[in-house]
Design a protein around this ligand. Structure first.
Ligand code: 5GP
Ligand code: ZN
Length: 141
């Protein structure tokens, strides 16, 4: 536990939360400032800052919980769909440095945007540049 971390304090019960799910490795609770009814945060109980800091077994448990919780959240608020996403790192807009997935219920005609709306400006990449990037990712994996 990181003592100065809000989400660690929520897991420990030191800060109250509207808890929706808990198991050995994962904790989920309603966002205090929801973008939609049912907006839920899903976190590993242990403190890890970003996705790349999360051990693989914990990542599996996190995804497994997300897989089960997403339809539960949608059903609970009668949503038509959801955006499921991580702000992974400060430059991506992550404000709480304890990795968390957002489940944001979506409704037909809610006026929101797809995840593509997060980009500031989009790059114009040649086929060769795309090949190079794909190779670099494959090598780094
Ligand atoms: P981020 O920008 O880091 O991806 O999202 C952090 C989220 O945590 C925000 O949506 C914010 O509303 C939520 N949040 C911040 N502090 C608290 C808190 O003390 N309790 C709950 N339930 N949510 C919080
Ligand atoms: Zn933490």
């Amino acid at each position: 536990m990181a003592n100065d971390c809000i989400f660690c304090q929520i897991v420990a019960g030191d800060i109250p939360s509207k808890t929706v799910y808990e198991d050995d490795a994962v904790f989920a609770f309603l966002d205090v400032n929801p973008l939609a009814p049912g907006h839920t945060l899903v976190i590993p109980k242990n403190h890890h800052e970003t996705l790349s800091d999360v051990p693989e077994d914990t990542a599996s448990e996190l995804f497994s919980a997300l897989h089960r919780l997403t339809p539960a959240v949608e059903d609970a608020v009668d949503a038509d769909a959801s955006n499921v996403a991580f702000n992974n790192g400060e430059a991506a807009g992550q404000e709480v440095p304890h990795v968390h997935a957002h489940i944001i219920p979506r409704f037909d005609g809610d006026g929101g945007n797809p995840i593509h709306a997060i980009a500031g400006s989009t790059p114009d990449l040649s086929d060769e540049e795309l090949d190079e990037i794909a190779d670099d990712i494959a090598d780094a994996r």
